[in-house]
Design a protein around this ligand. Structure first.
Ligand code: IPM
Ligand code: MG
Length: 351
C-alpha cells in the first residue's frame, strides 16, 4: 500500500536537515510518496500565515508529517498571532497529537561527547512523554492588558482536565511495559492545583490498569536536578507540556548534542503522527551546511516505526546510523568536522 509523508522543512537549518531525510528515504524506500509544503517563517513569506488551512488539511490526511524547524530573527517583528511558532502550535492542536515522545538515548560511541561524565551517561535510555496539546501552551484566558498608571498585567493559564491527564498517563504506562517497566510522573503538586490533579489521576490510572508498572511521583524541579545527577534512574518520564519542554532540552544534552534528538507526536491510534527533531532552527548556522541531520533522520526513523508500519526499515536505518557513528562520523556539534551533507553520506554509505 502506498504511504505518504508530508515534509515541512520550515526555517533555518530545517530545509538542510530535511534534504538529508529526503535522500535517506529515497534510498531506503523509493515508493514512499514525499510531499512538501511551506511552514513557519517560510510560509509567512509565501502565504501570509505560518501554516495555511490547505497544509493543515493535508497534514491530517497523509500517513505522517515530518517537520524541520520553525522561526528565526527574520520574523521577530511579525504579529504574534502569525509568528512562526504559532504555526507549529496550531498544527499540533489541529492534528490532535497530544502525546510527544522524546527519547534521550546515549549512543555508546558518543558517551564522551556529552558535557557530563561518561560514567553518568553511558547506557542512558530515557523516554520523556510530554503532554503536547494542553496546559499553559493553550490555556485561556491569556494576554497582556493595561491596568492603568502605565502598568500592565500578563496572564497565562495552566489548565488540565482529568481526561487529558488520563490519556497521556496511559501512553506512558504502555511504553514502560515495552521498556524498563518504570514511570516517573513529574509535576509541581506542592505548588500547583494542576499538579495535584495530575498526581491523583496518574495514580488512579496506575492502580486500575497498570499495577505491573512501577510508578514514582517526582516534583518537576527535583526531576530536573536528578536528570543531571543520576539520569539512568529514569526509564519513562511523563509530564505536562511546559515541564516536558524544559526537561527534554535538558535531557538532550545528556546524549551529547541536541542535534541528535528526534521526537514523535501522536494522537489517537490510526491518525497521522507529527515527527519533529527537538532542535530549533539554529539561525546562527543556517544555510552553511553545518547542521547535524541526525535528529531529523532519527525522527524519520520514528515515523517509519510508529506511523508508516515499516519497523523493518526503521531497524535498518537505526543500524546504519549507529554504524556511521561507530565509524567516527561526527558533525561539529559532536566535536567533528563533517557538514550536513557529509553526515547524510555517512549514513547512506552504511545503508
Ligand atoms: C519544542 C519547541 C517548541 C515548544 C517551540 C518552537 C514552540 O521548543 O518543540 O520543544 O515550545 O514546544
Ligand atoms: Mg523546546
Amino acid at each position: 500500500m502506498t504511504k505518504t509523508l508530508l515534509l515541512l522543512p520550515g526555517d533555518g537549518i530545517g530545509p538542510e536537515v530535511i534534504d538529508e531525510v529526503r535522500r535517506v528515504a529515497g534510498a531506503l524506500w523509493p515508493q514512499l510518496v514525499l510531499e512538501e509544503a511551506p511552514f513557519g517563517g517560510a510560509a509567512i513569506d509565501a502565504e501570509g500565515a505560518p501554516i495555511s488551512d490547505a497544509t493543515v488539511a493535508r497534514a491530517k490526511a497523509v500517513d505522517a508529517v515530518l517537520m524541520g524547524a520553525v522561526g528565526g530573527p527574520r520574523w521577530a517583528g511579525v504579529a504574534r498571532a502569525i509568528r512562526p511558532e504559532a504555526g507549529l502550535l496550531r498544527l499540533r492542536q489541529d492534528m490532535a497529537v497530544f502525546a510527544n515522545l522524546r527519547p534521550a538515548l546515549c549512543f555508546e560511541s558518543l558517551a564522551d561527547a556529552s558535557p557530563l561524565k561518561r560514567e553518568i551517561v553511558a547506557g542512558l535510555d530515557i523516554m520523556i512523554v510530554r503532554e503536547l496539546t494542553g496546559g499553559v501552551y493553550f490555556g485561556q484566558p491569556r494576554g497582556i492588558v493595561d491596568i492603568g498608571d502605565g502598568e500592565k498585567r500578563a496572564v497565562d493559564t495552566q489548565v488540565y482536565t482529568s481526561a487529558e491527564i488520563r490519556r497521556i498517563a496511559r501512553v506512558a504506562f504502555e511504553l514502560a511495559r515495552k521498556r524498563g517497566g518504570r514511570v516517573h510522573s513529574a509535576e509541581k503538586s506542592n505548588v500547583m492545583e494542576t499538579g495535584v490533579l495530575w498526581r491523583e489521576v496518574v495514580s488512579a490510572v496506575h492502580a486500575a490498569e497498570y499495577p505491573d508498572v512501577t510508578l514514582e511521583h517526582i516534583l518537576a524541579d527535583n526531576c530536573a536536578m536528578q536528570l543531571v545527577k543520576a539520569p539512568r534512574q529514569f526509564d519513562v518520564i511523563v509530564t505536562d507540556n511546559l515541564f516536558g519542554d524544559l526537561l527534554s532540552d535538558e535531557a538532550a544534552m545528556l546524549t551529547g548534542s541536541i542535534g541528535l534528538l528526534p521526537s514523535a507526536a501522536l494522537g489517537e491510534a490510526g491518525k497521522p503522527g507529527l515527527y519533529e527533531p527537538v532542535h530549533g532552527s539554529a539561525p546562527d548556522i543556517a544555510g552553511q551546511g553545518l547542521a547535524n541531520p541526525l535528529a531529523a533522520i532519527l525522527s524519520f526513523e520514528m515515523a517509519l516505526r510508529l506511523s508508516l508500519d515499516r519497523a523493518d526499515l526503521a531497524d535498518r536505518l537505526a543500524a546504519a546510523l549507529k554504524a556511521a557513528l561507530d565509524g567516527g562520523a561526527r558533525t561539529r556539534d559532536l566535536g567533528g568536522t563533517l557538514g550536513t551533507r557529509a553526515m547524510g553520506d555517512a549514513v547512506l554509505a552504511k545503508l
